[in-house]
Design a protein around this ligand. Structure first.
Ligand code: AMP
Ligand code: ZN
Length: 151
């Protein structure tokens, strides 16, 4: 399954160039063209799926195993101090390419990158409990997101 206008499908098919690092039957790892930190790598399925909630569990298993392999290779080759693994769904979450992918980013104590992660708080324990109840109901609710959140 491929999508004609999808750049990651084209990379998987060899129709667009990429700095490939690793591939197996189902997944491919290549350098992100715009690295947050040099060595920033993307892991994709060779078939087109998007978003996370429409990606079959067995494909996600294949992806996370390749993410682990990339992380191991990064640790051995770059001697990095840490690794971030990230995956975005929807414009609101910063997604640009609508073919599921995991970012695997080598981190160094001195790399200067910051996620600008600003923890907020619940107004009171009741608000936090209400949020937990809302989310818990979601496990039994009918699916809402079947298609990509982006055109
Ligand atoms: P996201 O915001 O999670 O959708 O991330 C998409 C990522 O794809 C960005 O980090 C881009 O730098 C990267 N990207 C876009 N086009 C290419 C390409 N042709 N080769 C490698 N990486 C790409
Ligand atoms: Zn695709």
């Amino acid at each position: 399954m491929t999508k004609n206008d999808c750049i990651f499908c084209k990379i998987a098919e060899g129709k667009l160039p990429a700095s490939k690092l690793f591939e197996d039957a189902h997944t491919l790892a290549f350098l992100d063209i715009g690295p947050i930190v040099k060595g920033h790598t993307l892991v994709i399925p060779k078939r087109h799926f998007d978003p996370l909630t429409a990606t079959p569990p067995e494909v996600l298993q294949q992806l996370i195993v390749t993410v682990r392999r990339v992380a191991e290779a990064m640790t051995r080759s770059l001697n990095c101090d840490g690794i971030n693994v990230m995956q975005s769904n929807g414009l609101a979450a910063g997604q640009v390419v609508t073919h599921i992918h995991f970012h695997v980013i080598p981190r160094y104590a001195t790399d200067g990158h910051s996620w600008n992660w600003k923890a907020k708080s619940y107004a009171n324990p009741g608000e936090m409990q209400a949020m937990a109840a809302t989310l818990t109901a979601g496990f039994a609710a009918p699916p809402r997101i079947q298609k990509s959140w982006l055109p």
